[in-house]
Ligand binder design. Structure first.
Ligand SMILES: NC(=O)c1ccc[n+]([C@@H]2O[C@H](COP(=O)([O-])OP(=O)(O)OC[C@H]3O[C@@H](n4cnc5c(N)ncnc54)[C@H](O)[C@@H]3O)[C@@H](O)[C@H]2O)c1
Length: 259
């Protein structure tokens, strides 16, 4: 088992990708604390996973909330080996439909939330001689995308945070890496569901020229997180691993395969 005996915190684990990461971590032998603002869903996921999982309310944008979570983990488990910064919110809107408050909220949860999490776990990780931190960024943190400028900025920021903290903490045995998925939980797009359904041909075309022409499954994303959280990735630091079916490798032109 890749994570046997590891103590892990997974933010945004109440549903979607984070819940799948929690399930995969427990399958690989970890004990997990699921931190989320969605209390009922978070408790349900932890309940389904049994004794190896616990839910704790966490607002990643709030430093006091982090302090309580980390103190609780250290009291119950004695140490924190892994932090997965997966929690995020999405704002869809072109630049004129994105207010400064919208932009601030993206940075506050998606970027500052991870920063606050790293700050909260690093002292105890240093004391025990190391740890692994995995940030869930996005394909939108590797390339540009119209209609999501604030979200993309927050995810590019998260990649910068990943690389800078990897350098800062590597000598303390703490590895910081990121996964950049193309795909996730469709519920994240719920507020724009009707508009997106009406432009399905365009969203299908967006994935059509990938090496693997589809979206990532939640398990494929979770497996990349498992790898970067495990000792199998012991020489990876500051990596931003695309789980994107080759989207960032370039474009596939069907006719060219016949030359
Ligand atoms: N959905 C996609 O298509 C997609 C694509 C690429 C990357 N991602 C990234 O994957 C990660 C997981 O997203 P998902 O697809 O599972 O979507 P999701 O909306 O199901 O999950 C996000 C989780 O974060 C939690 N959260 C939001 N604000 C929080 C806060 N302040 N404190 C604590 N928890 C908070 C939510 O309650 C939710 O459970 C995110 O980082 C997201 O940006 C998603």
């Amino acid at each position: 088992m890749l994570l046997d005996g590891k103590r892990a915190i997974i933010t945004g684990g109440a549903r979607g990708t984070g819940a799948t990461i929690a399930r995969r971590f427990v399958e690989e032998g970890a004990r997990v604390v699921i931190g989320d603002v969605r209390e009922d869903e978070g408790r349900a996921v932890a309940g389904e996973l049994g004794e190896a999982a616990r839910f704790a309310r966490l607002d990643v944008a709030n430093e006091e909330s982090w302090r309580q979570l980390v103190d609780g983990c250290l009291a119950a488990e004695g140490r924190i080996d892994v932090l997965v910064n997966n929690a995020a919110v999405l704002h869809m809107g072109n630049i004129e439909n994105t207010s400064l408050d919208d932009f601030r909220r993206q940075l506050e949860v998606n970027t500052l939330g991870a920063f606050a999490g790293i700050r909260a776990v690093v002292p105890s990780m240093k004391r025990k001689g190391g740890g692994a931190i995995v940030n869930v960024a996005s394909l939108d943190g590797l390339i540009g995308m119209n209609g999501v400028s604030a979200y993309a900025a927050s995810k590019w920021g998260l990649r910068g945070l990943t690389k800078a903290t990897a350098l800062e903490l590597g000598r303390d045995g703490i590895r910081v890496n990121a996964v950049c998925p193309a795909g996730g939980n469709g519920q994240m797009f719920a507020p724009w569901g009707d508009q997106l359904a009406a432009m399905e041909d365009q969203t299908r075309a967006y994935v059509a020229d990938r090496a693997i022409p589809r979206e990532a499954t939640l398990v494929e994303i979770a497996d990349a997180v498992v790898f970067l959280a495990s000792d199998r990735s012991s020489f990876c630091a500051g990596v931003d691993l695309p789980v994107d079916g080759g989207h960032t490798s370039g474009s596939f032109v069907a006719g060219f395969n016949r030359f």
